[in-house]
Design a protein around this ligand. Sequence first.
Ligand code: AMP
Ligand code: GLY
Length: 430
Amino acid sequence: MNVLIIGSGAREHALAWKLSQSPYAEQIFVAPGNAGTDEFHTSCAIDIHNFDEVAKFVTDFNIMMVVVGPENTLVEGIHDYFQEKDFLRDVLVVGPKKLGAMLEGSKDFCKAFLQKNNIPTARYETFTEANYRDAVEYLRTHSYPVVLKADGLAAGKGVIIAQTFEEAIDSLEAMLRNHKFGKAGSKVVIEEYLQGIEVSVFILTDGKEYVLLPEAKDYKRIGEGDAGLNTGGMGAISPVPFADETFMQKVRDRVIEPTIRGMQADNLDYTGFLFIGLMNVNGDPYVIEYNVRLGDPETEAILPRIKSDLFELFLALHDHKLGNFKLEIDPRTAATVFLVSGGYPEGFDKGKEISGLGQVDSDTLVFHAGTKRVDDKIVNNGGRVIAVTGLGNTMEEALAKANKAAEAINWTDRYYRRDIGFDLAKQPMH
Ligand code: AMP
Ligand code: GLY
């Protein structure tokens, strides 16, 4: 069966790598892909936001499965488009339709869904420019820090943690009055700050049954010790020591099961991955956010731990047989370290030749993100450039492998965090 993976990051490279191990997979295409997906798969220069173009590619190349990496394509309704066309209806799309994608596409929709289904989450209120004064009053009496969130997709930049009333008012004004995030900020969710440690939990679901995938912890800040600006993600560890059986049972009972029931009650007709961003507050899970896709870099840490055939898992999703699917998981720890361009997440130079890609030990995985082939060279072409994943019997062993590979791969100004996993060794068990 031919497969099309939509996206161009290390997440999509990891998906292509994993799917290509399946005997069911024939040709794997990645659109638009990167220099890494070029090597073993076929990158294709189609505009993924132009669904007519995607549809033509799917029919021309006899593709039976489309796996959607990024959220914006889902929020734009790629799955609905396939459903509406007779000749595309049989293509298995891994990723929810527009309505389900609202769980990520609108923070207000997400919070209302959580509240309606009694799923633990931070207390909140939503405001628009029309009730700006009420928002100011709400902030005046709120405890600090407080969290302000632009309602729509804002490429990870729409969340502000304000330490003081003045800071909160500045952000409120920027979003509601000065339209800092455009339409995405025309509604603002103001919520209580949760103190705890985060974990990313993933399921694959057809909206009725689900398979729980390995969890991971993501490191979002640019600097060591979790300092500095937010990024797309600088590294990940899976499994997460504090997400033990007791904690995960609470996650299943209090979060996953009510989420699935809520999807059914609202007829979300959900088919795909759901990434649940959780805060562990004194051993209890609270939902920070839903994402309607896999995480990046979490995917680069969790897929190497899945021993089962991912293709078979997707077929089980299609056939509504996830309830009986026994996912085999490698008990070892995976550690992912992201190499980024110097200056990221602010300005950086592109086009620098990357060396050392051939000097990585064979048991360490290399997933490309912002890379491009220019003649016989591979150059950096984005902020996050290469993710390397090591597997080991301990987190230290896995990290040693990933860090060794990170050291070997180089270009002018490349940067990576040397402290991924720093907070996990110290975590008490619950
Ligand atoms: P989001 O875009 O919703 O993932 O938020 C980005 C990041 O902001 C999260 O990964 C958390 O680190 C932080 N965050 C969001 N909401 C809260 C909250 N209520 N309390 C504490 N931190 C939060
Ligand atoms: N690693 C966080 C995300 O993919 O949104």
